[in-house]
Design a binder for this molecule. Sequence first.
Ligand code: GDP
Length: 413
Amino acid sequence: MRADRQPLTTSSPTAVRNLGILAHVDAGKTTVTERILFATGAIHKRGEVHHGTTVTDFDAQERDRGITIFAAAVSCAWSGHRVNLIDTPGHVDFSDEVERSLRVLDGAVAVFDAVAGVEPQSETVWRQADRHGVPRIAFVNKLDRAGADLDTAVASIRERLGVVPLVVQLPIGAEDSFSGVVDLLGMRSVHWRTGSDGYQVGPVPEPLREEAARRRRLLEETVAELHADALEEFCSASALTERTLARALRELTLRGDGVVVLCGSAYRNRGIEPLLDAVLAYLPSPADMPPVRGLVTDGVEQERAPDPAQPFTALAFKVTATATGRLTYLRVYAGTLRKGATVLDAATGRTERVGRILRVQADRHEEREEAVAGDIVAVIGLKAARAGTTLCAPGAPLVLEPPSVAEPVVSVA
Ligand code: GDP
């Protein structure tokens, strides 16, 4: 078994990424999601969107319409981390649902079509993510398509989204012959061979060395312009190491001052593993997030930190009827929820009992004894809780406030 697919042994909030994938319809969100599940070993057979077999599209209506309209949270593991994929509907008609799912994310991948660049819906969702302070990285997909061009797509990210692109890869080959990327941080090549599911890491191909060196310098200069202090602080030597640059990129991502841009072709299964590595490297864990705020009785405000020892506090963000029962998806912000526990909806004063706790894993449910701060789980047994309900420990009532524009906490250990 590959090291990055080893089963997880930790449930620390630092080893979790609650991730959303944001995109204009048709940019490839479903394909990227499905390829992530495949790369992480959560599913063993690749589905194709046009066959209606991808895992996140499990709703028949969604399959029929060919667009992703219902949110689902699916869990997988990569390099000793748990990655919870929260599906965010890309269709504009469902923007309330987008808002709700954005609230429970800690970070997101924005997927763009390498031919179309930034499209209207991607711009809408980008602005919504801005309002929620969700740190993002970008994935320019469909590099295999005729007319695909990373530089043009990157220019449209800069112009239409008004954010500074931090391009960390150089494509190897174009359109139909797109075969890999040069990783500009490690100055190495990553190659995917046709028909193979793995990838090979090697030196930068000779014809691309000069261009790769030029782009690396450009990346360093852009980072230095945006974040001179961090570089001074991180960097004692004059040349930037891979690690120093990665730390600066993480900080810029968390501050929303720039967007790290990666590229690939989800359809051809190229670019997914580096994308997962980037999710772990640049996007925050629940432990990096500021405490949530809520109202306790008499209009008094309280904060709860992402700590399993705090009083249990969670937000129900999606309720679905399935063959297993009524599933209530929860984002646990603080404390620990145990199977069989009674929880309080402080807004109504009603208590309910949590029957089972499930982690939804692509095509199956894993039974859990507990869920801790940072987790995203589905519970069975709740009848009254709706999307938007705060659930808390009966002895510690609190109603989560509507999210203010979050100030992401920059934690650069
Ligand atoms: P979504 O609407 O954003 O979820 O997009 P889908 O994942 O459903 O993809 C839309 C269409 O684009 C489907 O026909 C996919 O097969 C196709 N597609 C997705 N990724 C790629 C890619 O990397 N290259 C090409 N050529 N087509 C892709």
